[in-house]
Design a protein around this ligand. Structure first.
Ligand code: GLP
Length: 260
């Protein structure tokens, strides 16, 4: 894994946005996998800035989001459809028929999960998958002990994730228990994964992901088996890593073409 440690979440967001920009400029028709949650927000703001001020275009991109709640209409303020439009899609030049999210309202959820996998395959797979990480080590909504071979499917959230995500919901709103998420196997097929984590709350999951045993108890640890992963951390999320100095030394000695 390539581990990039920055003093602040904002500096992390800036380097993460550069990773995305590099991928967009590298390929004529890049496919991006996108994530929601609090973590990627600053990176999306930086991408919007690059679009407005530097002419970064998303016109030839296709995107697939990781996950969505079941039963929230797309115009519900807590749905990931709403989040993506509000925080990214409405501010860039990505054509509206080029972005995809799992449909948490499909009449036939199981069929729509299969269709989602097929759509990803039809465009040749995901070039860069953006990821956050749950405090329990989940990626997408793949909770601990779920299968590493899983594909896009309907999942039930753990009580910890429901508690963690309740901060985004109003006091009278209920966090849905059911979600549709890309599976671990779907994520592992992305050609490059970019995982961002900030804050001390994520430090234990980050340590297990990078330096712990590969185990379904920490779903993100499977990324150790992926050929190309970039992890962007702030100092707080990195504070439990035992090889922190090594990761910094490696980054300081990168060749020019390896830098972002
Ligand atoms: C959520 C999302 C994940 C996200 C993670 C962390 O439940 N399904 O994709 O990465 O949990 O969220 P946050 O960035 O808000 O801490």
């Amino acid at each position: 894994m390539e581990v990039l440690i920055r003093d602040t979440p904002l500096e992390g967001a800036e380097v993460a946005a550069k990773v995305v920009r590099k991928k967009i400029l590298e390929k004529p028709h890049p496919t991006l996998g996108l994530a929601t949650g609090g973590t990627p927000l600053k990176m999306y703001q930086e991408l919007i800035r690059m679009h407005n001020e530097e002419g970064l275009s998303f016109q030839h991109c296709t995107t697939f989001n990781l996950d969505e709640y079941v039963g929230l209409p797309p115009d519900n303020g807590q749905s990931y459809h709403y989040y993506m439009k509000n925080n990214l899609f409405d501010h860039i030049d990505l054509p509206s028929d080029k972005y995809h999210l799992p449909d948490g309202n499909a009449d036939n959820l199981r069929q729509s999960c299969k269709d989602y996998e097929r759509k990803i395959k039809d465009v040749g797979g995901i070039d860069l998958q953006v990821l956050g990480i749950g405090a329990n080590g989940h990626i997408g909504f793949n909770e601990p002990t779920g299968s590493f071979a899983s594909r896009t499917w309907i999942k039930i959230l753990s009580e910890q994730t429901i508690r963690d995500n309740s901060k985004y919901f109003g006091p009278t709103e209920k966090v849905p228990y059911h979600v549709v998420t890309m599976g671990i196997a779907t994520i592992m097929e992305a050609k490059h994964c970019l995982l961002i984590a900030n804050g001390a709350k994520k430090a234990d999951a980050v340590r297990k992901m990078i330096e712990g045993a590969v185990s379904a108890s920490c779903p993100a640890s499977i990324l150790q088996m992926h050929p190309r992963v970039t992890v962007v951390l702030d100092e707080e999320a990195a504070y439990l890593l035992s090889a922190k100095d090594h990761y910094k030394w490696v980054e300081a000695n990168k060749l020019d073409w390896q830098k972002y």
